[in-house]
Design a protein around this ligand. Structure first.
Ligand SMILES: Nc1ncnc2c1ncn2[C@@H]1O[C@H](COP(=O)(O)OP(=O)(O)OP(=O)(O)O)[C@@H](O)[C@H]1O
Length: 546
C-alpha cells in the first residue's frame, strides 16, 4: 500500500505535536502505525511510545501492524486508556501517595461495592467529569485503595490526582516515553483530555487522532468537544485533515456525507450501492429475508467469504432475535458477565480466551502488555509455555474445567500476582462450563456472517453491511416527555448510523420492518426511521431488488 500525499505529510511531520481530524476509512490506523515505525528505531533502548487505542482489539491490530516485521517495541506501552491509568500511573505511584494496600487491588464497579462501603461512596454516582476531588473524597478513595479497591467510575479522576500530586510519576513518564498517541479522540473524557495535555507539557510529542462524527459514547461522559478543542490550539498542535475514504464505494461515501450535511460536496458515482428494504413482519421475518437475500447479494457484489458480511443492530434485543432465527451460518458477538467485570484478572482471562481461539493474535504481544519481557525473560518464556498448554487444553472436545482454571490462574499469577480475585475465577468457571458462552470468544469463521451491535462495529470494515433497526422509536431513539416528543440522543444516534453505514466497502442495506419489538418485548407497528425521511438522502439509495 502506498501512502497518499495527505498521509505521507502526516507520517513525515516531526516538528511537534499534531491533531489529525480524520474521516471514516481514511487510514488512521495506517498513519499511526507508520509514524510509530519511524520513531521507534531512533529512540534509546529503554524509551518507548504510549499508544492508546479505544479497545483491546484495536490495540492488538495496531501492535500487529507496527511489529509484524520484527520491529523492537522497546519500552512502549500499547493498550486502552484504563490500562494506562492503572499500569503506569495509579498502581505504581498511588502506592507512594497513599501507602501499600493491605489487600490485592481489584477494580470494581460502584454498583458491586459491598453494602458496608456503599454509603460513603454515594457521591461517586453523581460524578459528571471535571470535578476536583475534595479532601473527604480523597480520604475515601485512599481508604478504598488501601483496602484493595479501585472503583471503576473514579479511575480517570484518580489517575489525574496521582499525576498532579506525584512528581515521581511525572518524572517517570517523561524519562520513559517520547510520544503519546491517542486514537479515537472523539470518545475521550475530560480527565483523559487533561492528562493528555499535561503529558504533552512534560515534553512528550502528543498525537491525537479522531473523527467528531464518530463520537458514540456520550452517555458515558465522552465527548467530541475535546478533539475540537485540540483543533483550535493552533500554536500547540499542527492540524492535519485526513479525509479521503479508501474503504467505501463512492455512493456509500456520498450517502454518509449527506446524512451529516445536506449540502456536502459529493463524489462521482455511476451506481448506487446503498439499498433500502422494508420487511413485512417483525424481526424474525427480517431473519428469514436475510436467509435468502444474503447469498444473492454476496453473489452480486462478489463477496468471497461470509465473515466479510455484517448484520448490525442497535440493541441486544434485535441481535438475540436475529441470532435465534437466522439459519445461515453466523456468529453473534454478545457480552458475557466476564466482559462486564473490570478487574485485572477478569481482563487477563478475557484476553487469554480471545488469544487461545484467535490464531491471528500474538502471544508475545499479549505477554508484553503486562510485563517488560526484556527485564523478565524467564517469566515471559514460562508464561508463553503456559499459554501454549492452555491453547491445547481449551481446544480439545470436552476440556476438564478444573484443570483449565488452574492453568488460567497460573498465568494470571505470573502476570499480575496482586490481582488475585475470587469473583473473576467464578465468572471464568461459568464461561468454561457453558459451551454457548465459551463460543462467544471464538472469532467468526470465514463461513460465518457476523452479527453485532453498531457500537461494537466501530473501527471494523465489511464488504457488505445489513444495517437493521432503522425503525421509528429505535434509531433515532424517541421518547415522550410531559406529552412532548423528544429525541434524547439525536447527535449520538446520527453518529451511530454514520458509523454503521461507513463500515461497508461494497454495499450497504438499510432495513426496517412493518412491526417491531419494544423494550417490554411487546410487538408494535413499525414505521421507517426519521433518518430515512431526510430529503437529501431519498435519491441516494434504491429499493433492494431482493
Ligand atoms: N493509501 C491507501 N491506499 C489504499 N488503501 C488504503 C490507504 N490507506 C488506507 N487504506 C485502506 O482503507 C481502509 C481503512 O483504513 P483504516 O482501517 O486505517 O481506516 P480508519 O481511518 O482507521 O477507519 P475508521 O475510522 O472508519 O475505523 C483499510 O482497508 C486500509 O487498508
Amino acid at each position: 500500500m502506498k501512502a497518499t500525499d495527505q498521509q505521507q505529510k502526516i507520517i513525515n511531520y516531526e516538528s511537534g505535536s499534531l491533531v489529525i481530524i480524520a474521516n471514516p476509512g481514511s487510514g488512521k490506523t495506517y498513519v499511526i502505525s507508520e509514524k510509530i515505525k519511524l520513531i521507534l528505531p531512533r529512540i534509546m533502548e529503554f524509551k518507548g511510545v504510549i499508544a492508546i487505542s479505544y479497545t483491546n482489539k484495536a490495540s492488538n491490530e495496531l501492535k500487529q501492524r507496527c511489529f509484524k516485521d520484527g520491529l523492537d517495541p522497546k519500552g512502549s506501552f500499547f493498550g486502552t486508556i484504563d490500562k494506562f491509568y492503572l499500569r503506569e500511573i495509579i498502581l505504581p505511584f498511588g502506592k507512594m501517595l497513599f501507602g501499600i494496600p493491605y489487600n490485592d487491588i481489584s477494580v470494581i464497579k460502584l454498583k458491586d461495592i459491598d453494602e458496608e462501603r456503599q454509603e460513603e461512596c454515594l457521591w461517586i454516582a453523581d460524578l459528571a467529569g471535571g470535578e476536583t476531588l475534595s479532601k473527604t473524597q480523597i480520604k475515601i478513595l485512599k481508604k478504598l485503595f488501601l483496602g484493595g479497591i479501585l472503583v471503576l467510575e473514579t479511575i480517570s479522576l484518580l489517575a489525574l490526582y496521582v499525576f498532579d500530586h506525584s512528581i515521581a510519576c511525572r518524572h517517570y513518564l517523561k524519562a520513559r516515553y517520547t510520544h503519546i498517541f491517542i486514537d479515537e479522540y472523539q470518545d475521550c473524557g475530560l480527565e483523559q483530555h487533561q492528562i493528555f495535555l499535561q503529558i504533552k507539557n512534560l515534553g512528550l510529542t502528543a498525537i491525537a487522532v479522531g473523527d467528531a462524527n464518530q463520537s458514540i459514547f456520550q452517555f458515558s461522559g465522552k465527548s467530541s468537544e475535546f478533539l475540537i478543542d485540540l483543533g483550535k490550539r493552533k500554536t500547540e498542535f499542527k492540524l492535519f485533515p485526513l479525509d479521503f475514504n479508501h474503504r467505501c464505494h463512492p455512493s456509500i461515501v456520498n450517502y454518509s456525507l449527506l446524512l451529516l450535511n445536506s449540502e456536502a460536496e459529493l463524489l462521482q458515482s455511476k451506481e448506487i450501492c446503498v439499498f433500502e428494504k422494508q420487511v413485512v413482519g417483525k424481526e424474525d421475518q427480517i431473519a428469514s429475508w436475510l436467509n435468502t437475500a444474503i447469498p444473492s447479494i454476496s453473489k452480486q457484489f462478489a463477496v468471497a467469504e461470509m465473515h466479510k458480511i455484517a448484520i448490525l443492530v442497535k440493541n441486544g434485543r434485535t441481535g438475540s432475535i436475529i441470532n435465534q432465527n437466522l439459519s445461515l451460518a453466523h456468529k453473534y458477538f454478545e457480552n458475557t458477565p466476564l466482559d462486564e467485570d473490570f478487574t485485572m484478572w477478569s481482563g487477563i482471562f478475557r484476553d487469554l480466551l480471545n488469544l487461545c481461539f484467535d490464531r491471528t493474535l500474538s502471544r508475545t504481544s499479549f505477554v508484553e502488555s503486562f510485563i517488560d519481557t526484556n527485564a523478565n525473560r524467564k517469566t515471559a518464556i514460562a508464561v508463553l509455555q503456559l499459554i501454549k498448554e492452555l491453547e491445547v487444553g481449551l481446544n480439545i472436545k470436552s476440556p476438564a474445567v478444573d484443570e483449565l482454571i488452574k492453568q488460567f490462574i497460573a498465568i494470571a499469577i505470573a502476570l499480575h500476582p496482586a490481582g488475585t480475585n475470587k469473583r473473576s475465577i467464578e465468572l471464568l468457571r461459568d464461561i468454561l462450563a457453558t459451551p454457548i458462552m465459551l463460543d462467544v470468544y471464538r472469532p467468526a469463521q470465514s463461513t460465518e456472517v457476523q452479527i453485532m451491535t453498531l457500537h461494537k462495529s466501530k473501527g471494523l470494515e465489511f464488504d457488505a453491511v445489513f444495517h437493521l433497526d432503522l425503525c421509528e422509536w429505535i434509531l433515532p431513539q424517541k421518547a415522550i416527555n410531559s406529552g412532548k416528543t423528544e429525541f434524547p440522543d439525536l447527535t449520538q444516534d446520527v453518529n451511530l448510523h454514520y458509523v454503521g453505514i461507513t463500515r461497508a466497502k461494497k454495499c450497504c442495506v438499510l432495513i426496517h420492518s412493518t412491526k417491531r419489538t419494544n423494550f417490554k418485548m411487546e410487538i408494535k407497528p413499525g414505521n421507517p426511521s426519521e433518518f430515512l425521511q431526510f430529503d437529501a438522502l431519498a435519491d441516494k439509495r434504491t429499493i433492494s431488488p431482493h
